[in-house]
Design a protein around this ligand. Sequence first.
Ligand code: SER
Length: 654
Amino acid sequence: MPSLNDIRSTFLSYFQANDHLVIPSAPLVPQNDPTLLFVNAGMVPFKNYFTGAETPPTLRAASSQKSVRAGGKHNDLDNVGYTARHHTFFEMLGNFSFGDYFKEGAIELAWGLLTRNFGIPAEKLCVTVYHTDDEAADLWKRIAGLPDHRIIRIATSDNFWSMGDTGPCGPCSEIFYDHGEHIPGGPPGSPDEDGDRFVEIWNLVFMQFEQFADGTRKPLPKPQIDTGMGLERITAVLQGVHDNYDTDLFRTLIAASQGFVGADGEPASHRVIADHLRSSSFLIADGVSPSNEGRGYVLRRIMRRAMRHAHLLGAQEPLMHRLAPTLISEMGEAYPELRRAQPMIVETLRQEEERFRRTLGRGMALLEEATTGLGEGDRLPGEVAFRLYDTYGFPLDLTQDALRARGVAVDLDGFQDAMRRQREMAREAWTGSGQAAAAAEWFAIRERLGATEFLGYDRTEAEGELVSLVRGGDETPSAGAGETVFAVFDCTPFYAEGGGQAGDVGVATWPGGRGRVLDTQKQAGDLFVHEIEILEGELQVGHRIRLAVDADLRRTTKANHSAAHLLHAALRHVLGPHVAQKGQMVDGERVRFDFSHGGPVTLAEIEAIEAEVNAVIRQNRSALTEEMAPEAAIAAGAVALFGEKYGESVRVLT
Ligand code: SER
């Protein structure tokens, strides 16, 4: 019987053999996309290829993408544990055509893999198409030989897929597996379609439009294919079980938690723990920490929900961190970031559970008391739910989950009233992934001009041709004294803010004019954008401009940047390897270094850290720079930032 790991490999090799480039999973925190909380589908990292904002490196790609659906448009959190097939974290297997093959190719490839390579009998499969999509229905008939009654036309949004409120979208065709008559549930489109008998295993999206925030839809430059198959669901099918939680990986995870708390207890609790262990660990590995806002709060909700179930199962000690090694040994080969982050995952889980256990028992007692006498159809007063939230750290969905078995709901209006203020604060604090909103324009400029050549690793002065000038959000051929503009040159010695180092400042001069470079930022990946205040003369696209970095400031910035790395190393030596960098900001005057650690740092530890950093500085050693592939760098012991996207080659400093 193939394992989950085997099935992932078979999928990727099949598409590789069919001329697809296999692309590693992107981190769960979306890069270059402020519209999404988490990557929630295989196509998300390719969004700019679909919209045409960026040129894809290949016309055909395949991936197994880490995905989290626990918040936002696609949210499965409430179902986890209670159905056979919902997860907060799952792997989405997908093949993508960026303007290469379309419906016919997608259907042929999918049908071939399922029925030939995976050997699924055709009579166990049926499909849906969007109600108006005659073309797809005809193709299914011709390619798969499916009879009409197994090509079901669906008129709802179930067969029109969109990434979020904005972004690429299109009609889709879903492939369902029939787990057999012994499982309750009806075929798609029937009143009891929500049962577990017919399970959607693969969604083929025929991407044709881009949806905008104002509700309008524009056709994409070319029709494209995005498919997504839940690895956990197809594994259940191929392992002959109907429940994802009965597949090899989940059996192993559940056996591990049973090893600690015994095999009795609610099966749903074991499933919730296994599922939430995966999402929590993968999110932590990609740099998310539990907190009270944004992504961190989604993580905290997931972790605490699992912890309540551990408590229900009678766990006497924090449980989750003890399960992490089992998960990492199962999945660490496919996702090495899990192995690299192991100490941090274990520590974060342990600390959160210890913190929550202090109030969990008391909160549960309060909940018991407040619900005595309540039954099916009753409601828990909103203020109680709010008190549980505010004083005992119970996220609302945890309280709802706790009352679910008794059919008691929460008075949401009352809760919302009490909550409003906190919610507004959280929303204000939520800033997406921090990329500029006008990213589309920068991508267009980047497409037209190509990347900026960066000369600044070994010089602070150079001449560059001004290739694009942006004023007030629009490109302009020229700008005059007194204006502040954004300028792109073919090459530049100015370092753009990145890796927590501030962008360079300096001066720009040209015959008859000069300006002050106030900041340098990167846009669209590798476009260096200089913010320039024009002091004299006119700045014109096409002219050659002398660019000089403030070299003194650069020198102190570089020194401070090195100090940040020394500090990072010293923190790990003194406090432990779980210490992970959460951010840094280095400029010519100071270093700010954010890191995660479970408690306060003692005076003695601070002294030891300072002594180590100063001792290395006093050695005055030279720095070595090498270019290498990211994998080689990590193998050589370089510290990669979790969740950071690296290019084909990285610059490693020793
Ligand atoms: N984007 C589609 C989905 O998530 C297919 O990959 O279902």
